[in-house]
Design a protein around this ligand. Structure first.
Ligand code: GBH
Length: 493
């Protein structure tokens, strides 16, 4: 039996990574400790009205101080990998305009060593939404090409200090969400609204999301370039990007709705992946946006193609899509030219794509996992993929007592049905190499503060005590069963 990944003969490939995911702002706390600089989320959450329950990430789950306990919880859960992100402002409080903060480097060294010590593979995201506020104030961050130099400089430092032990790098978490929420709907910092359906007052150019996206794409390519030129050969790691990936299901069988679903995917995910992997923006974006879509310079274009080693997929939900070019659409989210003239929603007419959850954007549709993975496999020639996030959010109000909250049957149902669907995609040939549950613990859920919980472990936010939920035991069991099954053929199962 080959020790290599043997896709045809096990439910999940050998050496498959089963992990959990987190991010610096949502977990660390210690927001001004040991020389960390302010970041855009520190500033944003301290403004009134930005976070539904009025909270912030100043303390979060205090992962900065409790990382060893959390690594122990991971060990008990039986995972073999941990995806976390680095706080840019903890490492470079003022970006490239100041010094490296040694205390920040030391913290990540301790965390990485604690993981390696338990045989847990560190899977590191360089930026998960939080950036030094300095860059916002100096030159408006992603709206300026200057940020490419800052990101290149920062990534270089990460590879230099941590690359001896970190073999998986993710440049950006969900740049599509960062750009849409930061520059179109205004939900995230720098809360610039360029869409009349957004949450802040309309007024900035509709081109801003496209400008920010082009700077992120070029920043990603700059980091990949540094890694390949200076580090990859010696360190032997891989580098990719993690996209928020929604499965877009045509609302009807009509050709128009099918084209609309394709178009929506192009305006959401392929927007970033196409340039990075194929060297150009999706054709639909060129057609619909014309000159509003920034074209890359000849000099920039030379940096393109094969700009990653793997694709990270954050997948949670699916939406229906209805065409708005050939058919008249009511005005609403998604129907503008900046989203490709298509209406997207989990509920249309009297049809719902799946069961609703505590979050308005989140409906349960397990088939979406197989569909999105297969779609990415086909479009990008089966480049290695990781499910960098998948998980289930609940609200306190749906679980009135802690005891009931710990018995999270809905989360278990969700995770097991999505993993089943993933296994099907793999059996049909998709090269998926790992899966990370969001998240090991309850944490700061952005605009929802602490009111939405995604953890395999419950966190009491008054005491910060962690308690395993049913889903933590379920995941442990699932992982050990699959370890035993790896190598057994589907026919035998
Ligand atoms: C991921 O985003 C994040 O990477 C992670 O940090 C987060 O905790 C996790 O999922 C759970 O939410 O404009 O109405 O759609 C998930 C995708 C996209 C969900 C942006 C919330 C904003 C609300 N997110 N969306 S809306």
């Amino acid at each position: 039996v080959s020790l290599e990944n043997n896709l045809s003969s096990s439910l999940f490939p050998r050496n498959f990574l089963f992990g959990t995911a987190s991010s610096s702002y949502q977990f660390e706390g210690a927001f001004l400790s040991d020389g960390k600089g302010l970041n855009n989320w520190d500033v944003f959450t301290h403004k009134t009205g930005t976070i539904l329950d009025g909270t912030n990430g100043d303390v979060a789950v205090d992962h900065y101080h409790r990382y060893q306990e959390d690594v122990d919880l991971m060990e008990h859960t039986g995972v073999n990998s941990y995806r976390f992100s680095l706080s840019w402002a903890r490492i470079l409080p003022k970006g490239r305009f100041g010094k490296v903060n040694r205390a920040g480097i030391n913290y990540y060294n301790r965390l990485i060593d604690a993981l390696v010590d338990k045989g847990i593979e560190p899977f590191v995201t360089i930026t998960h939404y939080d950036i030094p506020q300095e860059l916002e104030e100096r030159y408006k961050s992603w709206l300026s090409p200057e940020i490419q130099e800052d990101f290149r400089y920062y990534a270089d430092i990460c590879f230099k200090y941590f690359g001896d032990r970190v073999k998986y790098w993710v440049t950006f978490n969900e740049p599509n969400v960062a750009v849409i929420c930061g520059y179109r709907t205004g939900l995230y910092p720098p809360s610039r609204c360029s869409d009349s359906f957004g949450n802040c007052s309309y007024g900035n150019s509709e081109r801003e999301p496209f400008i920010a996206a082009s700077n992120i794409i070029l920043s990603h390519l700059a980091a990949v370039d540094v890694y390949r030129a200076k580090y990859q050969k010696n360190q032997g790691g891989k580098i990719g990007i993690a996209m928020n990936a929604i499965w877009y299901e045509p609302f009807s069988n009509s050709t128009e709705d099918k084209l609309a679903a394709e178009r929506t995917q192009s305006f959401y995910m392929n927007w970033f992946l196409d340039p990075i992997i194929l060297g150009k923006y999706p054709a639909e974006m060129h057609e619909i946006l014309g000159p509003d879509l920034l074209v890359f310079s000849k000099y920039d274009k030379e940096k393109f193609k094969n700009g990653l080693d793997f694709i990270g997929i954050n997948h949670y939900t699916s939406y229906y899509v209805k065409d708005c070019i050939f058919s008249a659409c009511e005005q609403g989210k998604g129907s503008s030219k900046t989203e490709g003239f298509a209406l997207t929603s989990a509920q249309m007419n009297d049809k719902s794509i799946g069961e609703p959850t505590a979050l308005a954007w989140f409906y349960v549709h397990p088939q979406g996992m197989e569909n999105i993975v297969t779609y990415i496999k086909d479009r990008y020639n089966n480049i290695p993929m990781f499910i960098t996030e998948n998980g289930f959010g609940t609200s306190e109000s749906s679980y009135p007592t802690t005891e009931y909250e710990l018995n999270d049957v809905k989360r278990v149902e969700y995770l097991s049905s999505y993993l089943d669907s993933l296994a099907t995609a793999i059996r049909k040939g998709a090269d998926v190499k790992g899966y990370f549950v969001w998240s090991i613990l309850d944490n700061f859920e952005w605009n929802h503060g602490y009111s939405i919980r995604f953890g395999l472990h419950h966190v009491d936010f008054a005491t910060l005590n962690r308690t395993p939920r049913g889903s933590a035991f379920w995941y442990k069991n699932f992982i050990s069963e699959h370890k035993n099954l790896a190598g057994i053929s589907y026919a035998q199962v």
